[in-house]
Design a protein around this ligand. Structure first.
Ligand SMILES: *Cc1c(COP(=O)(O)O)cnc(C)c1O
Length: 389
């Protein structure tokens, strides 16, 4: 099935499947055990940590392995806020975050903390100065995603980071968390240039396995554990380490580093140009914003996004309306609404997310299927209207 839903999840790259299978079978030791099997697992785990650190241009000691992006975000937000002393604490985030950031923030509100949610512009990008303007003397954390999972819009993280560093050098204990799950492996950057104090990544969005991720914790940044047990991961994340998962994650990240992200961008740009040329009343969500090279989110006016996803599924193409987490429910995307789209426009939006294994032939077939499906759905809608009249 031609797959165009890489922002929801990906399949395993063949090299990653091989690495995972070998490590699962041959590296079963507990990395905390003293015997040779344990030492071998420890060695593999530390190799994976060094590799993930290299992918971020960070140090191995700054990488904490987790069960994925959701856990990394929870650990970053709850762990950082709880580590800063004080009663009145305030957090700044955005309206376009993934639920894995919004929900820990809601939990902090239930615990008595205050959270500000900043609205993006119509292009889906938040303004760095506006973020800085929301910071108060009692603000301890700012959380902003590197790039949005629905639109691909890249946020001005380094500008926001600069403002936070300034505050910190003036004596305020304030830190920046960044949900990098969609950006990691898709756009090149060095973590120290980007400037966050905490950065979440996940394996299954980059052709790695589900259930493994990592949190970058810049050296010296305070972080209190949120789950308790053994003294794993320098007492930041209790639980026997998923060594095969970590090794496979590292392999997946290496393949992204070696990969050619320009090819995906060319495919996406070509798809978008052809759809705009051949379909009437289409608009790009996040047009004009710097975007991930793989993401195209389009409004097809007078078409139900759900119905288009179903029509394309029947035609053999996997795409998504809104985010995977919110489809199945009828609620329109909170991201598109925050950008000023109406409920109807949000409900007429479909996300196409490309990956490095997609071919020109697949993209070509997708274009044909989209053109045909939109025509049919619009024709059917017009018939329904005329029957109703
Ligand atoms: C997928 C995703 C997550 C959640 O990551 P999991 O590994 O599935 O828990 C968090 N943030 C963003 C932006 C995502 O796209």
């Amino acid at each position: 099935m031609p797959y165009f839903d890489h922002n929801a999840t990906t399949f395993l790259a063949p090299e990653v499947a091989e690495t995972l299978s070998v490590t699962l079978h041959e590296c079963y030791g507990n990395a905390s055990s003293i015997h040779r099997e344990g030492q071998r697992a420890r060695q593999e785990l530390e190799g994976a940590r060094a590799s993930i650190a290299r992918s971020l241009a960070a140090s191995p000691g700054e990488i904490v392995f987790t069960s994925g992006g959701t856990e990394s975000n929870n650990l970053a937000i709850l762990g950082l806020v709880r580590s800063v002393p004080g009663e009145r604490k305030h957090v700044v985030t955005t309206e376009i975050e993934h639920p894995a950031v919004l929900e820990p923030c809601r939990q902090l509100e239930r615990e008595g903390m205050m959270v500000d949610y900043v609205r993006p512009g119509v292009d889906g990008v938040v303004n760095a100065a506006e973020m800085a303007g929301r910071i108060r003397p009692e603000t301890v954390l700012v959380s902003v995603m590197h790039s949005n999972n629905e639109t691909g819009a890249i946020q001005p993280v380094s500008d926001i980071a600069a403002g936070i560093r300034e505050r910190r050098s003036a004596g305020q204990p304030i830190y920046l968390h960044c949900d990098g799950v969609q950006a990691f492996g898709k756009i090149p950057f060095a973590i120290t240039d980007l400037g966050p104090d905490l950065y979440s990544v996940s394996a299954h969005k980059i052709f790695g396995p589900k259930g493994v991720g990592a949190l970058y914790v810049r050296k010296g940044v305070p972080l209190r554990a949120v789950q308790f047990g053994g003294r794993h991961e320098r007492e930041r994340r209790a639980g026997t380490e998923n060594v095969p998962g970590a090794v496979a994650f590292a392999r997946a990240a290496e393949l992204c580093r070696e990969g050619d992200c320009m090819r995906v961008a060319e495919l996406r740009d070509w798809f978008e140009r052809e759809i705009e040329r051949r379909v009437e009343d289409v608009e790009v969500n996040g047009r004009g914003a710097p975007r991930l090279p793989n993401t195209s989110n389009l409004v097809f006016r007078n078409v139900s996004g759900e119905n288009l996803v179903i029509a394309l599924d029947i035609a053999g193409f996997a795409v998504s309306s809104g985010s995977a987490c919110s489809s199945g429910s009828v609620e329109p995307s909170h991201v598109l609404l925050a950008m000023g789209r109406s409920r109807e426009e949000a409900g007429s939006s479909v996300r196409f997310s490309f990956g490095r294994y997609n071919t020109r032939e697949e993209a070509d077939a997708l274009i044909h299927a989209v053109v045909r499906s939109v025509e049919r759905l619009r024709k059917a809608a017009r018939r329904e209207v005329s029957f109703a009249v």
